[in-house]
Design a protein around this ligand. Structure first.
Ligand SMILES: C[S@@+](CC[C@H](N)C(=O)[O-])C[C@H]1O[C@@H](n2cnc3c(N)ncnc32)[C@H](O)[C@@H]1O
Length: 271
């Protein structure tokens, strides 16, 4: 069922794993999402990618660094997608695991990574404590999360504003933190990591192709993924409202001056 709770932690992942969600995650690369992290990796390092989703970013981190990557996710659908697509890649493997209770011995990994994961956690410091435990002394952690309330777009659009308000409320209703980017440094410090490097990078969609991709993606996510289902379950949006929000994304994407910015904070730190 689309809105089921995650198998292991009992948390409700706001997006679910509809094809439109996985398509969004598959767009992510080491270049657009992990440049702050990959330079510290060496060939043959063993890296844990927590909350790897469909695995594309795990595979690209391995490709640019030469590191071996183990991707784990507590959603079976995500691991099934990753395994099906990357079965032949001998540098990367995937398994279902709960980030709060990782099936690895202390000091196993040279580095650990979690991209757009902590925002969905009810206990982000507990997740970071687990990453700390399984990482070798001196090893790196790289975490990157968006700050949703800093999303910006043009031209102004009341329906997109309403979409963002609903997103922020729903994420908090699930006990997540949609502005996780603002908290990352505090959480990483609380988990015991040192020597923090805090940077910010932004995904920008501002030409015909990238706006069409982003706008149509979100239109589909609103209508078909867990996001829309949960809004209806809670009585926060009718099917007509969801249709209006999706149409707003589709129409926005066709405008000559369309632009959308998705800023994230990233923290590189060491055990
Ligand atoms: C927004 S997706 C990010 C996927 C991937 N890191 C990327 O950036 O493309 C967040 C992922 O974290 C997973 N996740 C959330 N909480 C988790 C937990 N406690 N343990 C393991 N995986 C978790 C979700 O199932 C989801 O696949």
């Amino acid at each position: 069922m689309g809105s089921a709770r995650q198998e292991s932690s009992g948390e409700r992942y706001i997006h679910g794993h509809h094809e439109s969600v996985l398509r969004s995650h598959r767009w992510r690369t080491a270049e657009n999402s992990a440049q702050y992290f990959t330079p510290v990796l060496r060939p043959d390092d063993l890296v844990l990618d927590l909350g790897c989703g469909p695995g594309s970013l795990s595979v690209d981190i391995s490709a640019v660094s030469g590191a071996r990557v183990i991707g784990v996710d507590n959603a079976r659908a995500a691991i099934a997608a990753a395994t099906a697509e990357f079965n032949n890649n001998h540098m990367v493997s995937f398994s279902v695991a709960d980030g709060y209770l990782l099936p690895f011995a202390d000091n196993t990994f040279d580095a650990s990574h979690a991209h757009q994961v902590l925002q969905h956690s009810t206990q982000p410091v507990a997740l970071l404590n687990e990453l700390f435990r399984v990482t070798k002394k001196g090893g790196a952690v790289g975490v990157r999360d968006a700050t949703y309330s800093h999303f910006r777009w043009s031209p102004e659009n009341q329906n997109l504003q309403e979409w963002l308000s609903l997103y922020l409320d729903l994420a908090r209703n699930n006990d997540g933190e949609p502005d996780a980017g603002e908290h990352l440094a505090t959480w990483v410090t609380a988990a015991g990591y040192k020597d923090l490097h805090v940077t910010q990078t932004t995904w920008v969609f501002d030409d015909e192709a990238t706006c069409a991709w982003w706008g149509n993606l979100w239109a589909e996510r609103i209508l078909s993924s867990n996001f829309g289902l949960q809004l209806q379950e809670l009585g926060w949006a009718t099917p007509e409202k969801l249709e209006a929000l999706a149409n707003a994304f589709r129409t926005w994407a066709t405008l000559a001056d369309a632009r959308f910015e998705v800023p994230s904070t990233e923290v590189l730190a060491f055990k």
